[in-house]
Design a protein around this ligand. Structure first.
Ligand code: HEC
Length: 216
């Protein structure tokens, strides 16, 4: 047999076998499944429809009161009363340290200064360009801004000012609060927050920074 002839037979055989295989394939009947548990889960599919679930959907909302990992519940309500309560009662849990003050200043520059201005006088770049109006000075006597009220308005926003709770975490919001308190004091000519002294002590031959408690 010539090489050409061999090739022709070979090609014909491949076409014939392929044709048989394709003709046995049907979209209506499932093919043979090897280890079917890999394809057909025993548990519920994430977005499957099952009678047992409300609305027949396996995808359901989290139970009431569920909180995301790392999220600290905030007990003051998003209302005028909530703001008044926070203004009076909510206190800063962080120590005033050089580090917290520096971080707070940096975060304030990122998130707040465009409206409130670097000095907190309500003259941010957006206000100067008349893109945003009604931004108060932190020294506005009518507002009586306190550590609690600063934190509260970052959580929920207030009127034209939006919430900053998704951009910042709890610690960052308190660091920003420290800086705002300092800006307010600066505008009113009052003394700034006094950072607690960090004492360096030798412990087991290692140097550790210890923050003195009595200054807080
Ligand atoms: C888009 C502009 C804008 C940004 C950004 C912004 N604010 Fe405000 N803020 C306002 C406006 C406007 C008001 C006045 C709202 C009102 O009472 O009508 C206000 C009010 C406040 C008050 C006074 C609330 C009170 O007790 O009356 C505080 C404190 C404050 N902002 C802090 C912040 C801090 C901290 C940030 C950054 C995390 C920030 N703001 C970011 C626009 C802004």
């Amino acid at each position: 047999m010539s090489i050409n002839m061999k090739n022709t037979i070979y090609i014909a055989a491949v076409i014939f076998i392929s044709a048989i295989m394709v003709s046995c394939n049907s979209n209506d009947a499932p093919n043979y499944q090897y280890m079917p548990n890999m394809y057909e889960p025993v548990d519920y599919e994430t977005y499957g429809a099952y009678e047992i679930f409300p609305g027949e959907q396996s995808a359901m909302l989290a139970v009431d009161g569920t909180i995301p990992r790392g999220w600290e519940p905030y007990e003051y309500e998003n209302s005028f009363d909530g703001l008044s309560q926070a203004r009076a009662d909510l206190k800063m849990p962080l120590d005033v340290t050089e580090e917290n003050l520096a971080e707070g200043k940096e975060l304030f520059t990122i998130y707040c200064a465009v409206c409130h201005g670097d000095k907190g006088d309500g003259q941010g770049i957006l206000v100067k360009r008349e893109k945003f109006l009604g931004v108060p000075s932190y020294a506005d006597p009518g507002r009586n801004i306190t550590e609690g009220s600063i934190y509260h308005v970052m959580m929920y926003g207030i009127n034209a000012m939006g919430s900053h709770a998704s951009q910042t975490n709890e610690k960052e919001r308190w660091q920003i609060t420290m800086h705002v308190l300092n800006l307010k004091a600066g505008l009113k000519g009052e003394p700034l927050l006094e950072p607690v002294k960090e004492i360096t002590e030798e412990v087991d031959g290692m140097t550790e920074d210890i923050i003195s408690e009595e200054e807080h």
